[in-house]
Design a protein around this ligand. Sequence first.
Ligand code: ATP
Ligand code: ATP
Ligand code: MG
Ligand code: MG
Lengths: 252, 252
Amino acid sequence: MVICISNQKGGVGKTTIALNLASALALAELRVLLVDFDPQSHITIGFNIDPQGKTIYRVITGELDIRESIHQTSIENLFVIPADEDLAGLEAEASQMENNRFLLKKELDKIKEEFDFVFIDCPPSIGIYTINALCASDFVIIPVLADFYSLEGFSKFFKAIEYIREGLNPSLEILGIVINMYDRRTKLTKEVEEEFLKYFPEKIFTVKIPKNVKIAEAPSFGLPIQLYSPSSPGADAFSLLVEEFIEKIEKS
Amino acid sequence: MVICISNQKGGVGKTTIALNLASALALAELRVLLVDFDPQSHITIGFNIDPQGKTIYRVITGELDIRESIHQTSIENLFVIPADEDLAGLEAEASQMENNRFLLKKELDKIKEEFDFVFIDCPPSIGIYTINALCASDFVIIPVLADFYSLEGFSKFFKAIEYIREGLNPSLEILGIVINMYDRRTKLTKEVEEEFLKYFPEKIFTVKIPKNVKIAEAPSFGLPIQLYSPSSPGADAFSLLVEEFIEKIEKS
Ligand SMILES: Nc1ncnc2c1ncn2[C@@H]1O[C@H](COP(=O)(O)OP(=O)(O)OP(=O)(O)O)[C@@H](O)[C@H]1O
Ligand SMILES: Nc1ncnc2c1ncn2[C@@H]1O[C@H](COP(=O)(O)OP(=O)(O)OP(=O)(O)O)[C@@H](O)[C@H]1O
Ligand SMILES: [Mg+2]
Ligand SMILES: [Mg+2]
């Protein structure tokens, strides 16, 4: 089961949700692989991994066998395929490569059965990285902020996913929309939440991730929120998110 | 004078700073052009502009004369060249185009003398859009958040700018780094701010933009912060930013 965490809008919490959801599932004894498919390499940095050249880019270009690129994290059941800045080169090179929308799928299909879940972190764009991730995935989770630009941009991103579903990956499903940095005190949050519920009622996760400074501090220690601050509101939210995630997967 | 507002990191406030800084300068009687060079088109949405096909994409592809693409905003001295989703096509098409890093520069050079300032809003990436913007610019302003991923990612982005300066645009200067959504109460903010000051002491703007919900509300009314909520902490910060911006420009 492959799930990509994606949204063209920047800074909505793609990396944060990919990293902490994958960690929470691994801590619940599920075998999880997390693929860093963003040239910013923030999953790789968030776990303090030194890729030593064993990266997703070298797998995609055929220089490295995918099994060589799987790094163990500090969590027993959690593995990461890291990225480094070489990945930025794929944007220009992909136009010369055969089947350039299925480069990632071709590789992940070799190993995905060995894990309960494979997560892919995407960059904030709808270019070659996100297209590859959507074509490799069974599901997509879309983090959003409860703000104007997130709401405005969402319908365009939704259209891009429909486009992929129709032509390139008909089995792709939207597992859900996760509202992040939720602050129930502001009027804007409530208004935007209502708009999302109006347009996409069955897709919104009931669990919302609150704004919690512990979540922003955790990556500087190379830890997921459950290990950095287990009793924080952030850690509680991710425990609930895991439950709702499993529920939605089983229903689909 | 052309200035691009750029950072590979998503959600740091590129659009917010480009829109409100350009507006504040226009309200101070300077003639300002704002170019939306992000396929998300958030500058265009933030002013509630209907591009009607008169976009930067059609200028770049040679379908439209750049003077036809300049739209008046609700502010007398502020003009916008809008974007729409067609701009997303440039990533794949650019590899077939001659001189594909100077497509934007070629067009802006035709009209830049008619404005005191031309600002370019960039998407969160270092691909073809940001490279074109950096190659068309005299200065770059880099918004950051005082958080771990912003700090981590900064040195990579800095290297990308150096690469552009050495080869493609030797006159490009970093005008400064603007810390956005500044919250003096959190420890993380203070620690990250100190790191930025340690590594790039002469580049940090002394003005910091506070986190202020009025800033996030303004685009849903199609207004910059100075017109939406003139006495808010956000509007005050942008008035100070204008002064420091002018100072830095005159010094350089
Ligand atoms: N719920 C939260 N509470 C507090 N901080 C958060 C929360 N979610 C994310 N953050 C912080 O906000 C910043 C942006 O989040 P993150 O980098 O995960 O977003 P992203 O969508 O992956 O960004 P990009 O578009 O650049 O890939 C990070 O510094 C992160 O630590
Ligand atoms: N100082 C601030 N106070 C409150 N909200 C802010 C502030 N700066 C930006 N925002 C809000 O935060 C969100 C992210 O800002 P913005 O979209 O300008 O960032 P960006 O860097 O342009 O994002 P992207 O990487 O997607 O282009 C927006 O909803 C914006 O309204
Ligand atoms: Mg990210
Ligand atoms: Mg933007």
